[in-house]
Design a protein around this ligand. Structure first.
Ligand code: URP
Ligand code: ZN
Ligand code: ZN
Length: 478
């Protein structure tokens, strides 16, 4: 009788702290032994010459999120998670978004219906709080947090989602009371609207003006304001999708004051610049996202922040809209002024290879930092560790087996999302995840799906240790 379900032999096993040669024994979907000469299994994978990493945890992606104004996200839980799996990601955390006037519980129930039976990798939900009524603050939010929805995003911009300062303080107060983590989209809405109106008055409506309407100063101001809220309420926050120097400086300043301000960045701030919004015709719409990509000097600032620990996590912010689609980047079939272009770019499948190639291959971050930023830290930050995000006895056998020598030219035709473009078309990378396992089952191998929709399970999240307050306030007793 064979002892294990699966043995992964001869690989180099990498975690956030260690790199070791050892075999991995898997039974019942979990890692049960690490070592040498472990015995026999019903199946074996020979990982000679390969790296065995914890599967990626993409803690910021948008899948099948209901959209206003006839827009539609291209990826649902099936295509999105297939794409994730083929890119070495084994857990995704998309957003159950509350519409204004809607109950938060109803938004969560609706989102479960969208996910159920479709995902191939495991998933948890963040919440998006867009209408913090008394009922939401006193009843719905606390009760959802206790049921495993322990993180939520608030927006300082976008008319259909944004909260005012007072509302954000109220949401942060609930997070502090309950031990949840708030993610903040930090851009100053009024400044964007003012700049947009001025640009439109001068007929400056092409996609490239999106970046001009959202300069770094408005991200800096909002980041500083969010940090101030965190200080007043004495609760840690995460600033999502940080784009460049100005926001980075604010976060460094807050850290130097001992504050628990976490930060996330994304591939678009390393591999794209504002000039990618200035493509012939309307093609720049493909790279319209917020905050917008900046310039080469700012890319270096982001690389420095990844290398020196300023950034805790590296996520895709996959927000999939097809280019040639009336429900996507050309709403109603038109090339529209930039204010109407849906924000967001695809990136679930390319997140890890891009960072691996340029970050690890380019000598900017170590392999262990790569694992920390893309898997271990997001699992810790959102209450999924140690079940997810590491290779350890008892952890889920969520693994990505990488060929560090594999050279790939990224082509949209080879990706598995339902978007009709990738902003990284033609980019050469070295290193690619060839086999991805979720709870011990191979879900993707050499770009082919090996699992059926529904293999992915919902993960309730624990209260994140990292969200604990410092128990200091500058704003009086709360
Ligand atoms: O442009 C972006 N980032 N779109 C997705 C929504 C968000 O703000 O994360
Ligand atoms: Zn955002
Ligand atoms: Zn996002």
């Amino acid at each position: 009788m064979k002892q294990f379900d699966l043995l992964i032999r001869n690989g180099t096993v990498v975690t956030a702290s260690d790199t070791v040669q050892c075999d991995i024994a898997i039974a019942g979907g979990r890692i049960v032994q690490l070592g040498h000469d472990l015995g026999s299994a019903r199946e074996e994978i020979d990982a000679s010459g390969k790296l065995v990493l914890p599967g990626g945890v993409d803690a910021h992606c948008h899948l099948d999120q209901p959209m206003p104004d006839g827009l539609k996200m291209a990826d649902d839980f099936e295509s999105g998670t297939i794409s994730a799996a083929c890119g070495g990601t084994t857990t995704v955390i998309p957003f159950a978004a509350q519409e204004k006037g809607e109950s938060l519980r109803a938004a969560v129930a609706d989102y479960h219906r969208r996910a159920e039976g479709r995902a191939v990798v495991d998933y948890a939900f963040h919440l998006i709080v867009s209408d913090p009524t008394e009922t939401v603050l006193r009843d719905e939010l606390p009760s959802l947090i206790r049921k495993g929805y322990t993180s939520f995003k608030v927006y300082m911009t976008y008319d259909d989602l944004k909260l005012n300062d007072r509302e954000i303080l109220d949401v942060l107060t609930v997070a502090r009371q309950e031990g949840a983590l708030v993610m903040i989209h930090a851009e100053n809405s009024d400044c964007i609207a003012w700049l947009t109106d001025r640009l439109e008055a001068e007929q400056k409506t092409a996609p490239r003006f999106h970046a001009i309407a959202r300069p770094m100063a408005i991200e800096r101001e909002a980041t500083h304001r969010a940090i101030t809220f965190s200080e007043l309420v004495d609760v840690p926050i995460l600033i999502v999708h940080v784009s460049g120097r100005e926001a980075v400086e604010q976060i460094r300043w807050s850290r130097a004051r001992g504050m628990k301000i976490f930060a996330e960045t994304c591939p678009q701030y390393l591999f794209l610049t504002a000039s990618d919004l200035d493509q012939p015709g309307y093609h720049g719409a493909k790279c319209v996202c917020s905050p917008p990509p900046r310039d080469r000097a700012n890319q270096e600032v982001i690389w420095d922040g990844l290398a020196d620990g300023l950034f805790t996590i590296f996520s895709s912010d996959h927000a999939p809209f097809r280019y040639d689609d009336p429900q996507g980047k050309q709403p109603g079939g038109q090339e529209v002024p930039f204010r109407y272009i849906p924000n967001g770019i695809p990136g679930l499948e390319t997140r890890l290879p891009l960072l691996f190639s340029e970050g690890v291959g380019g000598g900017r971050i170590s392999l262990n930092q790569f694992v920390a930023l893309t898997s271990t830290n997001p699992a810790k930050l959102y209450g999924l560790h140690p079940r997810k995000g590491t290779i350890a006895i008892g952890a889920d056998a969520d693994l990505a087996i990488w060929d560090p020598q594999r050279e790939v030219v990224i082509r949209n035709a080879d990706l598995h999302h339902a978007v009709d473009y990738t902003p990284y078309e033609g980019t050469r990378v070295k290193g690619w995840p060839v086999t991805t396992l979720v709870r011990g089952k191979v879900v993707a191998h050499e770009g082919k799906m090996q699992a059926t929709a529904g293999h992915g399970e919902f993960l309730p999240c624990a209260l994140p240790e990292m969200a604990k307050p410092r128990y200091r306030t500058s704003g009086g007793s709360l």
